[in-house]
Design a protein around this ligand. Structure first.
Ligand SMILES: [Zn+2]
Length: 210
């Protein structure tokens, strides 16, 4: 998993919301002329300039308002194009509607379960099936977090995430983590394992079938 440093007000370096690179940011005050006194400049916010992609994010009241994706990370490259679209849509609304974003992220894991070989109809059952097949516990928990919070976003529940960008942002990271563990990592391990000497692999099979 690539380390990710969340953008934060006045932080000098973080992962850029446009290019995702960990880069140095230069902060500049944004001012407007005062009404009635054009000699006076009134500060209204800040811009943070990314040294890598040369784009500006706009901050108001210590919060990033442009781009609207705010602190939500970019989708993991190993996600399917279809899920990436939902993920991006969730990013585009997370600042104005964390609840809507979380509902879309729930849809992302529903589709992801299908990509992982399950039916993709009932997430609860899909997770249960994957647990039986040896799903790592941290992945089961991550899937359940997105499922439960997503359910609470669309049905009347005990969790109120109407204005909770922070929780919504965490779910984006969890999805990226799930994908990382479930898609590229097993492939990489299989590739290395396949290259072990035949004799050793036979001995391992024998041991495992004891
Ligand atoms: Zn950038």
């Amino acid at each position: 998993m690539i380390p990710y440093e969340e953008p934060d007000y006045m932080k000098s370096a973080f992962n850029c919301p446009y290019c995702n690179a960990f880069s140095h940011h230069i902060w500049n005050k944004v001012t407007v002329y005062s009404m009635g006194d054009s000699s006076k400049n009134v500060p209204i916010g800040y811009t943070a300039y990314c040294n890598h992609c040369k784009q500006y994010s706009l901050w108001y009241d210590k919060k990033m308002i442009i781009p609207s994706s705010g602190n939500a990370p970019l989708p993991n490259n190993d996600l399917s194009e279809d899920i990436k679209k939902d993920f991006e849509e969730a990013r585009s609304i997370v600042n104005s509607s964390p609840r809507g974003a979380v509902a879309l992220l729930r849809l992302c894991i529903q589709k992801l379960c299908k990509d992982l070989g399950e039916e993709g109809v009932n997430i609860n059952e899909d997770i249960s099936n994957m647990v039986k097949k040896g799903l790592p516990i941290k992945i089961q928990k991550s899937l359940d977090i997105v499922r439960v919070i997503g359910n609470n976003a669309v049905h009347p529940g005990l969790l109120d995430i109407k204005d909770d960008q922070e929780t919504a942002n965490k779910l984006f990271h969890l999805i990226n983590l799930i994908v990382d563990v479930m898609i590229p990592q097993p492939k990489e391990i299989d590739k290395i394992y396949d290259n072990l000497p035949k004799k050793d692999k036979e001995a391992i099979n024998k041991r495992n079938n004891k």
